[in-house]
Design a protein around this ligand. Sequence first.
Ligand code: CTP
Length: 400
Amino acid sequence: MLKNKKILLGISGGIAAYKTPLLVRLLVQAGAEVQVILTPSAASFVSELTLSTLSKRPALSEYTYQDSGAEVWNSHVELGIWADLFVIAPLTANSLAKMALGQSDNLLVATYLSARCPVIAAPAMDLDMYIHPSVVRNIDQLKEDGVQVLDAAEGELASGLVGKGRMPEPEDLFNHIKDFFKRDEKWASKKILINAGPTYEAIDPVRFIGNHSSGKMGLALALEAQKRGAEVYFVHGPMANPPKSIFFKQIPVISAKEMNEACQNIFPHVQVAILSAAVADYRPSKVADQKIKKADSALDIALEPTVDVLKSLGEKKKDQILVGFALETENALENGQKKLKNKNLDLIVVNSPSSSTGFGTDTNQAILLDKKGNTKDSLLVTKSELSVQILDSIENLWNV
Ligand code: CTP
């Protein structure tokens, strides 16, 4: 599984660093090439000599090194391009903050900024630090930037306190890395189109018809697909917080027409398409050239239907997997089944708007219906957790 995989292991300066030589040994024994990078303070917790010996490469901690009296540069750019995966364990609160802010004052964080590969981080710190609002905020930021942040483990901490904040054991990290590449093999060759957010349909130069979609569900799907190694094309309408991830291609659009054009262009090149956008069903038949002036009489705006992007892709579909969403306020199952069939979908995610599901929320609850008749009811989960279930259901459709 790990043969010839190129793994950067970033170690920051926390007590859990003393466990990292075991992780290096497990990875190297499994056939991976491991390049260790330490922050300057990590060397106080673990020996560079041990890490260099086990990884069979010099462990790096400085921007430069001496070679026959000459100063040579350790290129963080080359390191970032070289790796298939960057694992940062342990990740201290300090390095976490630097990564969240995009600082580059040591080789580890500079390499993070240069990395083109997926990044997995294992925060480890004392329990009160781990739940401090600033740390929670920085972890959220990293997740939003596309980093897979592992949950800290529970147990006795170096301070003597007991709680959450431990780095997962090296064996657990090793298994997680193996799982990552197992998934990667399935998704690495796949291109995936995901659309998200609302569309805005112009009435005049300053007004539009829109909806409350935040695009959060689509973004969670894009991050999960990117984590699994797929090449993601993310077409999104106007979002309050457009994604900052550098790891997938983003195509911003405004109107249903632009959304349709972008999706039609990309669809022939992908193996999977998930359409989660809340595309307007109607747009003003005429867009006024100038701002419409207020009058005493009622204003009628004639509307015409937009293209149903999902339906149109369903008509063109060859062997792609096409996934749609359905927002239903009544008869969810029945209406979902109808849309699955009418739009020629492989999978449909049926949800209903409520205070904790649907537009703008961080959580969602849905029924997943696939074309083989499988039905799965999710509990109320975060949109990230629901994305895991949706992509797992897509994998199930491949396996047949
Ligand atoms: N959709 C689309 N293009 C549109 C309208 C909807 O691609 N012009 C897609 C959405 O992205 C979603 C699915 O169709 O994946 C279902 O959207 P929904 O609003 O639930 O259903 P509609 O088909 O619009 O039907 P209705 O509003 O009558 O329930």
